[in-house]
Ligand binder design. Structure first.
Ligand SMILES: Cc1cc2nc3c(=O)[nH]c(=O)nc-3n(C[C@H](O)[C@H](O)[C@H](O)COP(=O)(O)OP(=O)(O)OC[C@H]3O[C@@H](n4cnc5c(N)ncnc54)[C@H](O)[C@@H]3O)c2cc1C
Length: 224
């Protein structure tokens, strides 16, 4: 998105990514049905950002849920509001959106350089990359880092960039997981079938000795 905005403003963009192709996690996100935003009223939507609300407000005012849907439509991707109020592409998939987006970026002149793992800066301020052909350095006027968090490392988001910034004296908010695992006293029968399964769309409560989970939109179904 940064490449698109800057390219539209007339900046020449070279985009580097460590992986053989871009947007791998974006594609993974589309596997179970890609939820791109929510249709709820703006104030309620904003409240989801908790203490980050004030910082995110001007950003959402400039590019909020409606603008996002219009942007997708501009790529030929229609969206719909599901029964939960969440917004999805009509076919629920990420791949057609990513394909159309990359095509447009290339047409607009964005140059993609894959298999370029950024490794920090040289003493004279050049960017250092590791490529299949070995190490290389590149000189740029400005750089935008959009390196993701540290989950699903096999899709490229390793978080290995954190020490590179710290070494330059740039403070980085420590990365934290937003999901967690927990142990449950299941029987061998149940555990051998279901241990490790992701549980989503649930409300969890922990009373100090016991976790109970209730499925969203299904208050009658309680699992302990
Ligand atoms: C299973 C799953 C389902 C999801 N479902 C949804 C959903 O329905 N809706 C939704 O909005 N979100 C969903 N998400 C979350 C969404 O995928 C992420 O929020 C999003 O991908 C984050 O984008 P990003 O550009 O910040 O980082 P990333 O997508 O992680 O991209 C970071 C990029 O930086 C590259 N990179 C990292 N380090 C370097 C380096 N040193 N040098 C060069 N390149 C580097 C990586 O290769 C990667 O391509 C889901 C995620 C998962 C895993």
């Amino acid at each position: 998105m940064a490449a698109e905005v800057l390219s539209n403003a007339g900046v020449k963009i070279d985009l580097y990514d460590a992986m053989p192709s871009v947007g791998r996690k974006f594609l993974m996100a589309g596997k179970g049905g890609m939820n791109i935003t929510h249709s709820e009223p703006f104030e309620r939507f904003l409240s989801r950002y908790g203490s980050g609300r004030d910082a995110i407000k001007p950003i959402l005012e400039a590019f909020g849920p409606e603008r996002l849907r219009a942007w997708a439509k501009g790529l030929g991707i229609e969206t719909f509001v599901g029964s939960s109020g969440k917004v999805f592409p009509t076919d629920m998939k990420a791949a057609p959106l990513l394909r159309a987006w990359l095509h447009r970026l290339r047409t607009d002149g964005v140059n993609f350089h894959m298999r370029h793992q950024w490794q920090g800066w040289t003493d004279d301020g050049q960017l250092k990359f590791l490529t299949p052909e070995g190490e290389t350095t590149i000189s740029v006027d400005a750089v935008v880092l959009a390196l993701g968090g540290a989950s699903w490392a096999r899709l490229g988001s390793t978080g290995a960039w954190v020490p590179l910034l710290l070494r330059q004296g740039i403070s980085v908010e420590p990365l934290q997981p937003s999901n967690c695992g927990f142990d449950v006293g299941w029987s061998e029968f149940f555990g051998s079938r279901f241990a490790g399964q992701p549980l989503t769309g649930l409300f969890y409560r922990f009373d100090g000795s016991r976790i109970s989970a209730t499925r969203r939109n299904d208050r009658d179904c309680t699992w302990r």
